[in-house]
Design a protein around this ligand. Structure first.
Ligand SMILES: NC(=O)c1ccc[n+]([C@@H]2O[C@H](COP(=O)([O-])OP(=O)(O)OC[C@H]3O[C@@H](n4cnc5c(N)ncnc54)[C@H](O)[C@@H]3O)[C@@H](O)[C@H]2O)c1
Ligand SMILES: [Zn+2]
Ligand SMILES: [Zn+2]
Length: 377
């Protein structure tokens, strides 16, 4: 079969690789209809992780079951499914408590696992024609048959739940105001979730015009941080009033004035949120960063205004999204016509076009915001 394979920094190629097979009775094989490119893939693509050449990318996967292991009882051949990007076993302490992003069974000595991601276990990704899904009865979310809502449902694998999770991590309550740093796919999904959840006012901070325009289209207030300091702009618009909550949908590759400043969003969030408010951090920070801007950043340490954080009595939630906590009811919002997250999708492509899409998405040019690959079309 064909798959998108990492070759080294700024290089992916479509290659012929062996088709996955059932390795455990609880596995299924899914023929992929859609697999998305994610901002998280770019950390590997840019050589900012320990990813070795040969990884098949793709953690945002959906498709149709074509083969089931002998212990699979719920899923049947022909079922249409979308998989959370995190793989859970379903029976460890964290999975039982709903923290499926921190499953202790999927990887030895490390909590959490995912498809097609460095250090997240021996699970090839789905930017390929077929995917092996472990503990499939637990992990796969069933979808109505057909191709309806394909691009909405595909976003249930990661970014719609992750945006929703970012808002939850901030402690958000209906009626509150919120600022989302980062207008990429995750940030736009966080902003959209806050709108769906009854926010009074939502700001989206970015510098990419197409992303700020999408933010405006969903009824949120775009803030261009290239024009002036984002916190100053927001506080000016609010006549000095702080916001209730902030979400970091940028992570450790944040920029300021054209250069990378890994702690800039964390610092801004502490400045802009009211005393006793909350910070949600779905944006990725890493325990070690080979390409870090200074020796401390390379060790995964960043400076943080802990004094102000304490003085304001702020709370902060972090971590990978436990997709299974959210994807069932977000699926039902889509089916009911109350959520259409696919507004964020900018390009739908074949597998052959993936290398070019990586290049353009990485540069955040030509409107590349969210790319959906259809490997079998
Ligand atoms: N927690 C999770 O489970 C989870 C899941 C998916 C993605 N992520 C992470 O979320 C982050 C965002 O993902 P994405 O796909 O939207 O990525 P993306 O790279 O497309 O978007 C990031 C955006 O941040 C903007 N940005 C850079 N510096 C900024 C600053 N100082 N202020 C405001 N905006 C700034 C960029 O212009 C870009 O548009 C990444 O770190 C990704 O790894 C986490
Ligand atoms: Zn993702
Ligand atoms: Zn588990």
């Amino acid at each position: 079969m064909k798959a998108v394979v990492y070759q080294g920094p700024f290089q992916v190629a479509v290659q012929e690789v062996p088709e996955p097979t059932i390795q455990h009775p609880a596995d299924v094989i899914v023929k992929i209809t859609t697999s998305c490119i994610c901002g998280s893939d770019l950390h590997m693509y840019e050589g900012r992780t320990a990813a070795e050449p040969g990884i098949i990318f793709g953690h945002e996967n959906m498709g149709v079951v074509v083969e089931t292991g002998s212990a699979v009882s719920r899923l049947k051949v022909g079922d249409r499914v979308v998989m959370p990007f995190n793989i859970g076993c379903g029976h460890c302490q964290n999975c039982e408590s709903g923290y499926t992003a921190f499953c202790t069974e999927v990887n030895p000595g490390f909590a959490g696992g995912a498809y097609g991601y460095v250090a997240m276990g021996p699970y090839p990704g789905g930017q390929a024609q077929y995917l092996r899904v472990p503990w499939a009865d637990f992990n796969a979310l069933s979808l109505p048959p057909g191709r309806e809502h394909e691009s909405d449902f595909a976003l249930l694998a990661d970014i719609f739940p992750t945006g929703w999770h970012g808002v939850s991590l901030s402690g958000f309550q209906p009626g509150e105001s919120l600022v989302v740093f980062g207008g990429g796919p995750v940030g736009l999904m966080a902003a959209y979730s806050a709108v769906l959840r009854g926010a009074s006012e939502v700001y989206v901070v970015d510098r990419v015009p197409e992303r700020l325009e999408k933010a405006r289209q969903i009824g949120t207030i775009p803030i261009n941080f290239d024009q002036a300091d984002a916190v100053d702009q927001i506080l000016d618009q609010r006549h000095g009033a702080y916001v209730d909550r902030a979400v970091d949908a940028v992570g450790y590759q944040a920029t300021q004035a054209g250069r990378e400043v890994p702690n800039t969003v964390l610092v801004s969030m502490v400045r802009v949120v009211r005393a006793t408010g909350g910070l949600g951090v779905p944006g990725l920070y890493v325990p070690s960063d080979p390409g870090g801007v200074d020796p401390l950043a390379r060790e995964g340490y960043l400076s943080f205004p802990v004094g102000k954080f304490f003085e304001k009595g702020l709370k902060m939630g972090t971590g990978q999204c436990n997709v299974k906590q959210y994807n069932r009811y977000l699926r039902d919002l889509i089916i009911a016509g109350r959520a259409t997250p696919s507004f964020v999708v900018s390009h739908e492509i074949s597998l052959e076009d993936a290398p070019l899409a990586y290049e353009k998405f990485d540069k955040r040019i030509e409107g590349y915001t969210k790319v959906l690959i259809h490997p079998n079309d």
